[in-house]
Ligand binder design. Sequence first.
Ligand SMILES: Cc1cc2nc3c(=O)[nH]c(=O)nc-3n(C[C@H](O)[C@H](O)[C@H](O)COP(=O)(O)O)c2cc1C
Length: 185
Amino acid sequence: MKTEFADLKEMHDYAWRLIIRGIVDKKSPARHPTFGTNGLEGMPELRTVVLRYADQKAANLEVHTDVESKKVEELKLNPNVGIHIWFPTNKLQVRIKAISEIKIGSGVIEQWEKVPNGSRVSYGTLPTPGTVIKTPFAYEKPAEFERFCVIKINIEEIDLTHLGTRHTRALYEKKTKWCGSWLAP
Ligand SMILES: Cc1cc2nc3c(=O)[nH]c(=O)nc-3n(C[C@H](O)[C@H](O)[C@H](O)COP(=O)(O)O)c2cc1C
């Protein structure tokens, strides 16, 4: 656990280590980030997702969803997204701005093959997610590869706030090759 950060690179690497942990550790806060999109009517839309992949060097993340979900409709109109994670034990807030890409079909076979059979039913709900239904269980969950969608999240900015002995905040941007700058917290 870090009590304070005095080095920009160290803080950036530390945050990435915590984020990457979310892929393998179901108890990590990074397992379930909040994913923000721009709603069709211009209002923000936030929801919990499972983090499936994270790569510091490429500065990207991946989450999986149903291609018929509302968020995909939103992303087709506006690919700008946000990711938020709070690591209470490490006292670190991660705020990410990114540009998303929707991937379906032959390009996501590799990811689909790694989805356990029991989880594949998350992709194919009938009627489609968000449809009004008459009773709580008036839906079916067949597993449909055609409905499986990978959202690739290409990061543009990472804003870190650490509530250490003293508070520190730093902004890292792709356009400055992630070298970072300190911000007043
Ligand atoms: C713990 C948890 C994990 C979730 N993981 C995902 C996920 O990985 N992908 C996903 O599309 N929805 C996931 N959901 C459901 C979303 O939060 C959301 O309700 C759903 O995707 C519909 O969102 P939309 O209407 O904005 O598309 C998860 C919900 C919870 C509570």
